[in-house]
Write a protein that binds this ligand. Sequence first.
Ligand code: GTP
Ligand code: MG
Length: 222
Amino acid sequence: IDANGIPELDQDKYDADEQVKIICLGDSAVGKSKLMERFLIDGYRPQQLSTYALTLYKYNTTIDRKAVLVDFWDTAGQERFQSMHPSYYHKAHACIMVFDVQRKITYKNLTNWYTELREYRPEIPCVVVANKIDADMKVTQRNFNFAKKQGLPLYFVSAADGTNVVKMFKETIKMAMSYKQNSSDFMDEVMRELENFELEQNKDLSLQTAQKGLKPEGSESV
Ligand SMILES: Nc1nc2c(ncn2[C@@H]2O[C@H](COP(=O)(O)OP(=O)(O)OP(=O)(O)O)[C@@H](O)[C@H]2O)c(=O)[nH]1
Ligand SMILES: [Mg+2]
């Protein structure tokens, strides 16, 4: 609590110019958590440990000289959960949808994941990730038509040996950023307006009037 009695909030959120939320979907044991581990700590522990609740990973990076805070949301893909709680999708800016190249059913189930995603987030960028290619490199020759049919980027990756993991995450973060800045999603627009309004409130009122219609100096373009 500071001198004005305002509770101190998450400092990261003030320091970052931008904040994006990226969610991860896919059946149990396809490697969602291992991919996060590989990207965030450049490590991989092979033991099986299913995610049973929500895990939030925070990642700070710089894109185009802007500080970006990425919230990665990871949860269990287990069948028993049927569908995700709507708040999992709420305000997400991009989605990473994972399947296991060794188990056909996880590929088939992408359709279900994708349908649910689009119910909540009709427009966010989504990438399809074929994981565990270390187990059988030949799969990269195969056609996984789901991605092509939906017009989604497809990445062949391995959380075990790291193939394409950094590339996939970095490109997804960029897509999330550009979605946040350009989206026509109505609720997102409202949220952006509110964010700008809060920023503007700190500025001199007369200055605001004088600059009406102009972008205030130093503000982020939206
Ligand atoms: N060979 C191989 N095994 C992997 C790879 N990625 C994950 N695995 C294994 O697959 C199993 C499941 O990985 P997790 O990351 O826990 O899967 P998950 O998608 O998070 O599963 P839930 O949390 O239950 O939804 C683990 O035993 C991992 O070691 C990979 O790239 N190659
Ligand atoms: Mg997991």
